[in-house]
Write a protein that binds this ligand. Sequence first.
Ligand code: 5GP
Ligand code: MN
Length: 353
Amino acid sequence: MVGSLERVTQAIKAYSRFLITWHVDPDPDCVGSGLALLLALQALGKEVIAVSPDPLGDWFDFLPGIEFCRVFEAGFNPPVDAVIVEDCEPDRCGGLVPFLKSGVPVINIDHHGTNRGFGEAFYIDSQAAATGEIVYELITEHMGVSLTRDMATNLYAALSGDTGTFRYSNTSSRVLFIAGELARHGADPGAIAAHLYENKPFEEVNLIREVLDTLEISPNGEMGWITVTRMMLGERQWSGQRSEDLIKYPRMIKTVKLAIMFRELELARTKVSFRSRNNIDASKLARLFGGGGHMYAAGCTIDKPLPEAKAMVLEAAAELLAAEGAGVSGGEEGKGGNGRNSGTSQTAGNDLT
Ligand code: 5GP
Ligand code: MN
């Protein structure tokens, strides 16, 4: 845990006009927790806009408050007193990075352990399953705002997104308690799940067919990977949703400890996503290539063409797996704890964006 929610609350009270932003490749956690916070700030009488570094498509249209969200455009210089960067460090905010580094007061709220905290007030809790978990605490215990159905809907979407709909090992008793509270305040689990996961255009589901064709596995079965080229995406716009929807296939294989997805962004730019289990630290691998994330879900962007990036990453990944394997005594790994975060029953495992 880095920083404090008290400091964040003081900073929130000190300013009137806010901009809320989050990471590129937006997902339900960053957008849901961002909009919940936006609505809570409005309830305090603040002026607030949300600015997404990347387009949102229509995936998030059901979230209350989405009408206060714009997409970043060049030349942008909003009249605000402070910026809240949530679910990432400012460096992951795409086109907004120069603005965030221009001296505007920044408040940073995140749950990525690789984030050291940034700005005049910050709170980074790597034990939180989602930024939505932190924003729930901020709203209900610090801001003195009553939780509305609209805020609850956003926060439920946030928790659902980063816990794989309450399946991953970061689904703690606290997450389930909060989800219950959110449902009690009017969040509709069935409707939110349908909006998030059963509302895709045909093309997006059809893409799975092409991507599955690229599925590969290492000779020992420990590493599985898939590849998405620009050709496969065609005119379609990428949305963060798909990284989860696609990388889940290599990770379904029972021998796979490390699932990887390579996505061609440009001719010489490749996005790599990692998902791991059994104490394999995916963030270590992502950091080797300038990225970061969580132990069991991490990513990076490499300025190399797809084939080169792939070769580099697969080599490093095989080395990591060999080293981790060699470091484990007594064969089978424990199932629950990750052996690195001592003490609590909360795991940092398998959490997502
Ligand atoms: P995804 O693979 O879904 O893009 O991301 C998996 C996890 O790694 C998320 O928590 C995401 O925020 C983090 N992540 C992905 N790419 C990067 C990156 O380039 N830098 C950092 N610091 N984190 C990343
Ligand atoms: Mn998140």
